[in-house]
Design a protein around this ligand. Sequence first.
Ligand code: SAM
Length: 202
Amino acid sequence: MDPRAIRAKFGQDYVATERTFMMGIDQRFTAEMAERFRNRQVLETCTGGGFTTIALARVAAHVITVEIDQAHQAQARQNLATAGLLGRVTFVLADIMDEHTWDGLPPVDAAFLDPDWAATGPDHVHRFVPSSTRPPADALLERSFRATRNLALVLPPTLDIRELCTLPSHERQKLYMDQSHELYCLYFGDLAVSLGETELRV
Ligand SMILES: C[S@@+](CC[C@H](N)C(=O)[O-])C[C@H]1O[C@@H](n2cnc3c(N)ncnc32)[C@H](O)[C@@H]1O
């Protein structure tokens, strides 16, 4: 990976592979998103290269972050060390869709859910139900609601938002970089600032 690209997207000389670089959320977005988690006990799933974890760890009381891929977790651990934030994060290597994983997690005030979009080419159509993300966004959301009502869920920009109409009331934030719509983030519970559609432009 080109270190200049990593620095531009994430802010420091972190480690990343093509995959964790692509999946990682730009620091201009994560800094804004993380503000809603200030002083909270936060569950994050999934860790990836740890780029959202870094933003959350800067403001949260503590972050517990779950990742299924050992290599991704190793990068994240190294990146949190580079950011000087290792002590503010607990790393869990597990499948978040496994009930045993939830049995081992402490109580949390809020959760940040960023499943892998698992894109399969330009013709791939992202669906919410049945979800094509890994883990499936709909099942992950439903399971996470049992831990806390205060949830943020990141979804692809190409999603047909009519598929979200059966969800509990939420804020649907459209995140733009310049004029490009990059992703959606849905906020539930007291993470929602206002219900309905909002925008974040960086
Ligand atoms: C979109 S990336 C997260 C990126 C992260 N928010 C960042 O900004 O760096 C999604 C991650 O979910 C992980 N993942 C996929 N299925 C999972 C599961 N069942 N349990 C836990 N992690 C999972 C993938 O290995 C991948 O690292």
